[in-house]
Design a binder for this molecule. Sequence first.
Ligand code: ZN
Length: 496
Amino acid sequence: MKTYDQLRSHFLQTSYLNKTIALLDWDHETYLPSKGVAFRADQQAFLSGLSHERLISQQVGDWIEACESESGSLDPFQNANVSAWRRDRDRAVKLPTEFVESFEKECALAKAAWAEARRKSSFELFSNHLSKLVEMSRQKADYYGYQKNPYDALLDVYEPGCTSEDLSPVFSKLKEFIVKLLPEAMDVTRRISSDYLQGFYPLEGQKKFNEMVARAMGFDFEAGRIDATTHPFCTDLGPHDVRLTTRYNELDFTESFYSVLHEVGHGLYEQGFLPEHAGTPMSEAVSLGIHESQSRLWENKIGRDPAFWQDWYEKACECLPALKKWTPEDLTLAVNRVSPSFIRVEADEVTYDLHIILRFEMEKDLLSGDLKVEDVPAAWNERFRSMFGLEVPDDARGCLQDIHWSMGGFGYFPTYTLGNLNSAQLFSAAQSDLGTPAAVLQDGHYAEILAWLREKVHRHGRRYEPAELMQSATGQTTQPGYHARYLEHRFEVLKA
Ligand code: ZN
């Protein structure tokens, strides 16, 4: 057998293992009875260990080296796979096994402490765990290595090739823009209260409508399904098996509906990898910032456009008769309501990125040592006041609201904003390639936009770096101007 084929078959088998772990995880979040949790945690940890050993084995290192020396005889896809395997293995071997184990263990303890701290709104209960995780994350950055800033080593895990030096000017421009747009955007949706759409929306009607729209957008239900969970997510269990989850609230249909549109965006990306690349990096997402661009595109650029509710109003009313008391215009305005609020996951499209910028700045300061862990609540509240003009009432609605730090996920947050920026830029490029905005947004044209995304983004898997992918799809690397123009345009249209 040729060396490349040996390597490919090794990683295909590792993917059987990884997809099994993902299936156990999906089951954990959806159907696992509570008494089964302890065994499942051990089972998943054991399988993850096996997968890690398969990645760092010396044999794999030798095969990768051999493939690199005969790169001339491999095709571009094969070479792209070899580079991605090299990257994954190099990263994995940098961390000593004892460090990985103690980090995992600390995260498990920190997650439990964080959940209690958030429930009781008491930062003190989490403070020591956070100190430990900040210290270990700094150590992790040292193991990985970096040019200028330890934060970059952590960011690179989620967004290959991206540094805090790239992000800082982009984020400060964006912040300036949001502060300028905010009063006007709030004014446009002023007549809408936060409980404007409250009504009775039976579960069955919500499911029916969600699936109808998901199908129209191109989600293949013979290669995927939607189930209920507390925290919506999307996971890929293999070629032709993409699982989406959502949560239902019978008083507010938008909770499940917009989370389904969001996860459909992720799911379409996963369903768009070419089956012949199964088990290789060519059938994996290039970065979280690109993954998130897909979800934001379907959820926001399409799902919150005025054309959307014009198209879907009648079908929505058939599934959810309570909607009849509003017009499509009311619905559009309600789902675009802007108002600064404490919780990131409930934020509107204008203020969302301020939440991310705040976290990005805090994380950098924590990692550099400029911010001490015990000063986190005070620093959070002060920065929140200056950015949002609101007094944070308690830590649960302040620095304790997100799970990310308790999972050691420093460097993750910026990918949400990159997702917003990339989605506006990709959508703008798709619109100019496909025709006028109105035509792109209408019901029958979802197939065209999906085909465009398949061609420009999905089918490439991890073949390019995120910046190269954006360059080839849109002619530019990520620029904040597209997102700014998209938001300005949205509120101009709504005002009219
Ligand atoms: Zn997402």
